[in-house]
Design a protein around this ligand. Structure first.
Ligand code: AHR
Length: 510
């Protein structure tokens, strides 16, 4: 009898724990000092599929409403989302791109074959002037990726001179002849892309030497970004840091690329057709970003203890199988509530590592991989990922609040992920907390304790939906977007919020 009573009370305890799982988030607002760079909220646009052509640029003669050939609707949406920065022209495309083919009168520009992406012919109608004009229109800072794989040092140094120099020189004369008198203010320059792979299949030693050479001839007050490792290639980071830090003035950033697949490169999984097994698999895989940032930062700390060199995560996001009936080389995929959770988790990770992560660029802005925008002819869809970027924009240039998160786990299929993921920041006397509930079945109660300030009011926003694979479709009402989320008033530095299952939430206090 005693045994039965004991088992019943254990069962009751387990039931109670399952029904009322509890998370505690302690925020130390008085210790907020590291700035979250706005550039963590950056984006990436490559000459790939329908990202540039059709997605951003339709040409001046298009019937789709446009300004100088750039889609009105896309410009408006990116401004609303507060896009801070855009990387271009690739990606793998960058190491095949010869910038002089993309300047001057459009009808005289030579065409090329986009060998990496679908083998389609590229007419070079979108080049340097168009990219920088587009950045002006969307009020984003430009980040240009130079060609190391198939380009020359001279070609790279001339591109920098053409864009940024105020001197009188052959390159600035050429720029002026092409209609641009003043130099552009372009600070960020990437020197090669994935040079361990599509950018030349180099060894880290060879690339690091090449980097030093290219960087020496790209002159000016620039923020130069070295092509960093693929995912967990810690040796690449080690060699690159060791060799480039012999000339510290030549390197300001090192990139890192990491994509999230359902299982792996050979089993990417479907973007919309998935169950709970694939839900947790994707969340579990994307959480590896935390380990990557930690371990790469530890190597960087060895050579750069002052954390002067930024870790630039200039390609990240979900990579699923292409939508049926689309060109496999165009990487077009839909975007669900699961993508919203992936975006929320990664942005929280970058915020929490703001001392080292100075920029991140989700791949890619329109119609490619985990896009914020999808277009079909003259129609436009804003994806769940778009709404996460819009919601999280409150963190741009805010101060990171050190936080302790105590949370349980959500488990399935031998996988275990934290129930809640969070980050917090403060700007203009407002505290902003972004929270993700990873569990698709259960709400989670979060006790927030704040030290260092007394707050009297709170407000909230939420992104969630009935089903985990809900997404926004052309020609239909949006299923996933931002809604108001009711929160009670904070009392004596404490606030409890109930996070609905599978949700991304913003709580703001002042
Ligand atoms: O974003 C698609 C591709 O992924 C990029 O071109 C390349 O850098 C990466 O492998």
């Amino acid at each position: 009898m005693k045994k039965l009573k004991f088992s019943l009370s254990i069962l009751f305890l387990m039931f109670a724990m399952a029904a009322f799982s509890q998370t505690t988030l302690s925020l130390h607002t008085d210790q907020a000092k590291t700035q979250i760079s706005k550039d963590i909220y950056g984006h990436f646009a490559e000459h790939l599929g329908r990202c540039i052509y059709g997605g951003i640029y339709v040409g001046e003669d298009s019937e789709i409403p446009n300004i100088r050939g750039f889609r009105d609707d896309v410009i408006g949406a990116l401004i609303d989302m507060k896009i801070p920065l855009l990387r271009w022209p690739g990606g793998c495309f960058a190491d095949t791109y010869h910038w002089k083919d993309g300047i001057g009168p459009r009808q005289e520009r030579p065409s090329m074959v986009n060998v990496h992406w679908g083998g389609v012919t590229e007419d070079n109608s979108f080049g340097t002037h168009e990219f920088l004009d587009f950045c002006d229109l969307i009020k984003a800072e430009p980040y240009i990726n130079l060609n190391v794989g198939s380009g020359t040092v001279q070609e790279a140094s001339e591109w920098v001179e053409y864009v940024t120099s105020a001197n009188i020189s052959p390159m600035t004369d050429l720029r002026k002849k092409n209609g641009r008198e003043e130099p552009w203010d372009v600070k960020y320059w990437g020197i090669g892309n994935e040079n361990w792979g599509c950018g030349g299949n180099m060894t880290p030693d060879y690339y690091a030497d090449l980097y030093n050479r290219f960087a020496s001839y790209c002159r000016g007050d620039l923020y130069k970004i070295a092509g960093g490792p693929n995912v967990d290639d810690y040796n690449w980071m080690e060699v690159l840091m060791r060799k480039t830090m012999r000339h510290p003035h030549l390197v300001q950033g090192v990139s890192l690329h990491n994509y999230t697949f359902t299982t792996g490169w050979t089993d990417k999984g479907h973007a919309t057709d998935f169950g709970e097994k694939e839900w947790i698999a994707v969340l579990n895989n994307t959480l590896k970003m935390e380990t990557l940032v930690n371990r790469h930062s530890t190597i960087m700390d060895k050579y750069d203890p002052q954390k002067r060199v930024g870790l630039i995560v200039d390609e990240w996001g979900n990579w699923f199988n292409v939508e049926e009936g689309t060109n496999p080389g165009f990487l077009y995929q839909q975007n669900t509530l699961r993508d919203a959770l992936v975006a929320g988790i990664n942005l929280n990770i970058f915020n929490n590592h703001a001392d080292r992560v100075k920029m991140a660029n989700i791949a890619q802005t329109v119609n490619v991989l985990q896009s914020v925008i999808l277009t079909k002819e003259d129609e436009m869809v804003l994806t769940p990922t778009y709404y996460v970027f819009k919601m999280y924009s409150v963190h741009q240039n805010a101060k990171l609040i050190p936080a302790n998160l105590e949370t349980g786990t959500y488990e399935l299929d031998g996988k275990s992920v934290p129930a809640v993921h969070a980050s917090a920041s403060t700007k203009d006397d407002v505290v902003s907390i972004t929270l993700c509930n990873l569990n698709p079945n259960k709400s989670e109660s979060v006790d927030i304790n704040i030290t260092g300030n007394d707050f009297s009011s709170a407000s909230g926003q939420i992104i969630t939906s009935e089903n985990m694979n809900d997404h926004n479709e052309f020609g239909s009402e949006e299923s996933v977007n931002i809604k108001t989320f009711e929160v009670s008033k904070p009392k004596n530095g404490k606030l409890t919020v109930d996070l609905p299952a599978k949700s991304v939430v913003l709580v703001q206090m002042k």
